[in-house]
Design a protein around this ligand. Structure first.
Ligand code: NCD
Length: 356
């Protein structure tokens, strides 16, 4: 694998991505061949935000490869609570670990961490921005469960605005030919503009729907997400969105027999428990695919590691990103880095676009 870090699946080549998916399949069939693959290596898991599946699947993946673990999942027990910057934490931990997995509530935090790390960084979720290893999980699940990653009609239903798994998945699946996206949400929870721009750039077909019942019959894949309570400004705003889209036994009667229902979990109330026994519901199997996906990723990333500080960023700007959820808001030493388009400056950390 050529990339040093996994911040965004867009940063790794299609070949490398397919290699990881393929390896995940091989590991799934022969897990015992890999029990010593990462012997002598240490993974640090730095979880500044709550997690069950992502953190535990990384941990079990590393342990099943013969590696060891360090880290925290409660930053108040670490020097973060004393006011340590992300940069300092990463410089220290990357002296102790061979690979770091980080989840943080600020958008762009994994990219920021990678700028100061001596070892590879894996983004395990940066606020409402991206979640590339959940997407790897989703791709491995789909390649098994549908037998292909192209020519699929994919419905994304729930919190398309704040659901980082949704953003990463759309970006990844838009690279495959013939995929169509049906984005099912309230107007308030529509996907961010940068995702729509991305779909336009890729020439992918997409549409919006506000009714799951009407949309479900055309779908090959239904990706449900919970309303991301922690990303709302107030409880009142959250309550207004909660419970709008619920997948139940009545609605799945309208779906194709080979529909596959995915969910990154945790589920709140957006899928009734009655759906769990339907053979089309694959969200619990998905968690197991995720473990194999992460095992494959760790192997590939450690194969290619090089222990050095990344190059200094040169191309900086004088302005500041205006997205209040961007990591540059709190870690003020970070260089201001933007991509330029004719009309916009796009923050490289969080992809927020500002008119020039
Ligand atoms: C997701 C996440 O953290 O973004 N969960 C996960 O990683 N499996 C989805 C969510 O929290 O709703």
């Amino acid at each position: 694998m050529n990339a040093r870090n996994l911040i965004d699946l867009d940063h790794i080549s299609q070949n490398d991505l397919e290699e990881v998916i393929r390896l995940a399949g091989i590991i799934k069939e022969n897990p015992s061949y890999y029990i010593d693959d990462c012997h002598g290596n240490i993974m640090a898991t730095l979880f500044y935000e709550p997690s069950t599946r992502t953190q535990m699947s990384f941990q079990t993946a590393m342990l099943r490869l013969g590696g060891k673990l360090i880290g925290f999942d409660n930053p108040s027990n670490s020097s973060v609570s004393k006011g340590e910057s992300l940069k300092d934490t990463i410089r220290v931990v990357s002296n102790y670990a061979d690979i770091i997995v980080i989840r943080n509530s600020f958008e762009g935090s994994a990219l920021a961490a990678s700028m100061y790390s001596r070892c590879p960084i894996i983004n395990a979720g940066d606020g409402g921005h991206l979640h590339p290893t959940q997407t790897l999980t989703d791709l491995v699940t789909l390649s098994y469960e549908k037998g292909r990653l192209d020519h699929l009609t994919i419905g994304l239903c729930g919190d398309n605005k704040n659901g980082r798994t949704v953003h990463s998945l759309i970006k990844a699946l838009s690279k495959y030919e013939g995929n169509r996206f049906v984005m099912i949400s309230t107007p308030e929870l529509k996907v961010p503009d940068y995702i729509i721009e991305h779909l336009k750039e890729k020439g992918s077909e997409f549409s919006f729907a506000d009714n799951l019942e009407d949309a479900i019959s055309s779908l090959d894949v239904l990706y449900m997400t919970r309303i991301q309570r922690e990303r709302f400004a107030s409880q009142k705003e959250y309550e207004a969105q909660k419970g709008v889209f619920v997948l139940d036994e009545k609605k799945i009667k309208l779906a194709k027999p080979d529909l596959r229902i995915l969910h990154p979990l945790p589920r709140v109330d957006e899928i009734t428990v009655g759906v769990d026994d339907d053979p089309r519901a694959k969200y619990f199997e998905q968690t197991e695919y995720g473990m194999f996906a992460r095992m494959a990723l760790i192997i590939k990333m450690l194969e290619n590691r090089n222990s050095r500080l990344p190059d200094k960023v040169c191309d900086t700007h004088d302005c500041k990103c205006t997205n209040l959820r961007c990591i540059t808001q709190t870690e003020e030493y970070l260089p201001a880095i933007f991509k330029q388009t004719d009309e916009y400056l796009v923050c490289k950390y969080c992809e927020h676009a500002m008119k020039k």
